[in-house]
Design a protein around this ligand. Structure first.
Ligand code: PXG
Length: 459
């Protein structure tokens, strides 16, 4: 059907006429024209102009198992044939939902035995924040309701999530509920000044402690943080950071919420970012890689401390979604986790990520605009700089990042820019040859970017 339509429909015009996009300046989009992605296979996406582009972002950090996985399609189809939908509200459940909850409990860090399902990362975060407040209310401490997040944190787009996140533009657009505070992110490259990364990691963690003391621990419900801040620029905390955050949350009796929406399910080379950094969370929010993006699904993990109170003391919990525990999504997630395990995609992400960074270092590491190439497993970033000795940013932040992103895409490599930081998180199935190709395309694109801004760059 779509092949017939391709001749009859002007996709760009119809999209501009009727589709209101997420996170988009529509005037700018309509001037440039939208890119229509038509099909995909492995690590490549195809557009309606006939371009084949390597997806260095795994969609939006989610397509871990790669495109075109017939097993996932079959898992969805067979579940739809058997039972396409039933809810989990009225003392009912479905088989894939139970199996997935059991499976997730088995791969979660110790102490996590319960999961709540929703459809998106945003809903998981929103649910975590509500759950934290219900937890404290149930324990007779309703005044513990402030959440501490971080600048450049991203926790989704519900109003609670936008408020927890540290994106100023989102706060400005009705995303700034009361009872949220924000602190410095552990972004050594951009904010560490003359401190060593280890010193800065401790310093950034103690900003959380300072904020707790300023607000009064008796008012603080929780701290929320991504193990690695993704959308905010793949900010990888120095190794001193998370152990200190563990200590602080424990000392002041603050719930620790690890937002694993990007890190979860193998991105870091461990099943969860929490495993990689030794974080001791009370709740974990996950989505994206849970189904490799084939169908929407998120899972909020509750540790036993939280689950015991919610289950045994809180009475009815007035929260949930029509599609909580959707059987089709759960069936796909089960098959997706099976793929992660049988193809050892989590374990191999460490070596593949190291190879990718090595190839990138060879290809572009010496360019005067490349300030840092960093990563953990298959998530990483490249800092663009006007002076690599001093880590100076370009004037008008975001301009050079956008240029570089456009060059990458024109050369067949999908990358994302946050400010002037280039981000990557390719599908976990990426092969060694594809890693080499990734670096080769980046080389051309970064050299073109350098040519564009040469006058602004210190030699
Ligand atoms: N938490 C984190 C850490 C995320 O990265 C969400 C929550 C929200 O998930 P949903 O499924 O509601 O989108 C995310 C989502 C980007 C980008 O530009 C990142 C996300 C979403 C859209 C764009 O990097 N992350």
């Amino acid at each position: 059907m779509l092949d017939d339509l391709n001749h009859a429909i002007d996709w760009q015009a119809e999209d501009a006429a009727h589709h209101f996009h997420p996170f988009t300046d529509h005037k700018e989009l309509h001037q440039q024209g939208v890119r229509v992605i038509t099909s995909a296979e492995g690590v490549y996406i195809h557009d309606s102009q006939g371009n084949r582009i390597m997806d260095g972002m795994a969609g939006l950090w989610c397509v871990a198992a790669g495109y075109g996985r017939a097993e996932l399609v079959e898992a969805a189809a067979s579940q739809m044939r058997r039972l396409p939908y039933y809810n989990a509200f009225f003392k009912t459940t479905t088989e894939p939902t139970v199996l997935l909850a059991k499976k997730l409990a088995s791969i979660a860090p110790a102490g996590f035995e319960h999961v709540f399902f929703a459809c998106s990362g945003s809903e998981a975060v929103d649910s975590a924040l509500r759950t934290a407040r219900v937890y404290w209310q149930t324990l007779g401490k309703p005044e513990k309701k402030i959440f501490i997040g971080r600048e450049y944190g991203y926790h989704g787009s519900t109003t609670l999530g936008a408020s927890a996140g540290g994106m100023k533009d989102m706060h400005r657009q009705a995303g700034d509920l009361p009872n949220f505070a924000h602190v410095l992110p552990p972004y050594w490259y951009g904010k560490g000044g003359q401190m060593s990364p280890e010193e800065f990691g401790l310093y950034a963690a103690r900003e959380v402690e300072k904020k707790i003391l300023e607000l009064g621990p008796e008012h603080v419900a929780g701290f929320i943080g991504e193990p690695i801040q993704g959308a905010g620029g793949v900010i990888i905390p120095p190794e001193t950071y998370w152990p200190e955050i563990n200590r602080i949350c424990r000392q002041y009796d603050i719930l620790l919420i690890a937002d694993e929406v990007i890190c979860g399910y193998g991105r870091t080379g461990r099943m969860f970012g929490t495993d990689y950094f030794g974080i001791k969370p009370d709740m974990m929010t996950t989505a994206k890689g849970l189904t490799s993006g084939y169908v929407p699904l998120s899972a909020l993990f509750l540790n036993n401390r939280v689950a015991d109170v919610l289950i045994n003391e809180a009475g009815e919990y007035f929260h949930g979604f029509t599609y909580s525990g959707h059987p089709v999504s759960c069936a796909v997630a089960l098959k997706n986790i099976e793929i992660l395990e049988t193809e050892r995609l989590v374990e191999t992400a460490t070596a593949k990520g190291a190879l990718l960074r090595e190839k990138l270092n060879e290809a572009i590491g010496d360019l005067p605009i490349v300030g840092e190439i960093r990563g953990v497993g298959l998530i990483g970033a490249i800092e663009l700089t006007a002076d690599k000795r001093t880590r100076k940013f370009f004037a008008k932040n975001g301009r050079v990042g956008a240029l570089c992103r456009d060059h990458c895409i024109a050369n067949g490599l999908m990358m994302r820019a946050t400010r002037d930081t280039m981000l990557f998180s390719p599908p976990l199935i990426i092969s060694e040859e594809e890693v080499a190709r990734f670096a080769a395309m980046a080389k051309t694109a970064f050299e073109q970017t350098l040519r564009d801004v040469r006058d602004e760059v210190a030699e």
